[in-house]
Write a protein that binds this ligand. Structure first.
Ligand code: ZN
Length: 326
């Protein structure tokens, strides 16, 4: 008798929170709530559920609401993003609710947002866009398919790495330029402009449904609000571990492997953060073409399980110094 084939690669340890109390919000945009401190300061936004199957960020925001934590400086906006996809979350098939029509995190270029295409995700992005246009500092909480350590995706610019280092956790910072398939919210507009002080940080808090990812999301959220001066430090410290976070390391992504054929397959069951010592190591085949590592000590970042033409299969990078280490 053969082993049962399950559609679940990893167990679902988390339960989706009830976000219905946040539907009304106060911004005129469903599931987006802003708190004004009445004091000068940046507009800080924390988003969750950009991908509908990633529960940790939604749990962290739900917790923040229930803790009744309010900004002491500037403005704090909390947004549950792809609520249509999240509404379809099914623990028996948890990957299915990543999106409804298309990936919300690939539509954030003016060409796509202003273009003729219609989808559930584009409608939501268009409704959130005027709000995002006013955000100075964005934290976008995500999780990953494979159980890797948490990663800060800091984007390609120095200001992204500086924000990741100011937050201080997670320990791994990935500098990357995103995907050929489309622009992420964290790279949208001023966030992707080196001349602007506005910045965004995307954090992958761990495996999508592992219990630990919820605690990571909560800690990242607290440290982000502390680092941006948004909340009272005593409020943050009372909710943070007493030990300081471990030192950070940075990985610079040098290229994304974009799939060119309908027959892409990895040479090994990579899960991410493997370091391949020798340049020229075959990591995959795209049709008949081998895909090889371009340099020694190449780090594989977030290999995808959605191996479709035009999408990112994996990102390749190398360890570099952080500011602290440098
Ligand atoms: Zn995600």
């Amino acid at each position: 008798m053969c082993a049962a084939v399950t559609t679940l690669d990893y167990p679902v340890e988390l339960s989706p929170p009830d976000i219905s109390p946040y539907r009304e919000g106060n911004t005129g945009i469903p599931y987006a709530t802003s708190f004004e401190s009445g004091q000068p300061g940046p507009h800080v936004m924390v988003s969750a559920l950009v991908h509908g199957n990633e529960l940790c960020g939604a749990l962290a925001l739900d917790w923040l609401f229930r803790e009744r934590i309010r900004p002491v400086r500037g403005r704090l906006t909390l947004a549950f993003v792809n609520v249509s996809a999240f509404g379809r979350f099914d623990p028996a098939d948890p990957s299915a609710s990543r999106y409804v029509d298309e990936d919300f995190n690939r539509v954030w270029s003016p060409e796509v947002l202003d273009g003729p295409r219609q989808s559930v995700e584009l409608a939501r992005a268009r409704s959130l866009r005027p709000l995002v246009d006013t955000v100075d500092l964005l934290l976008d909480l995500h999780s990953m398919h494979h159980p890797n350590p948490p990663l800060a995706l800091a984007g390609p610019l120095d200001k992204g790495q500086a924000l990741a280092e100011a937050v201080g956790t997670p320990a791994l910072i990935v500098r990357d330029a995103g995907h050929a398939a489309g622009t992420r919210m964290r790279d949208y507009g001023a966030f992707g402009d080196p001349g602007s002080r506005r910045a965004a940080l995307l954090v992958e808090c761990g495996q999508h449904w592992e219990r630990a990812s919820a605690a990571v999301a909560r800690e990242v959220l607290m440290r982000f609000l502390l680092a941006t001066g948004t909340i009272d430090p005593a409020v943050a410290r009372a909710r943070l571990p007493t030990d300081p976070p471990p030192p950070q390391r940075a990985i610079e992504v040098t290229e994304a492997v974009t799939i060119r054929t309908d027959a892409f397959r990895f040479a090994q069951p990579f899960v991410g953060l493997e370091v391949l010592a020798r340049a020229g190591t075959v990591i995959a085949h795209d049709g008949d073409e081998p895909v090889v590592t371009p340099f020694d000590d190449c780090v594989l970042v977030m290999p995808s399980r959605r191996l479709h033409k035009g999408m990112t299969a994996v990102r390749l990078g190398r360890y570099v110094d952080t500011r602290a280490a440098a």
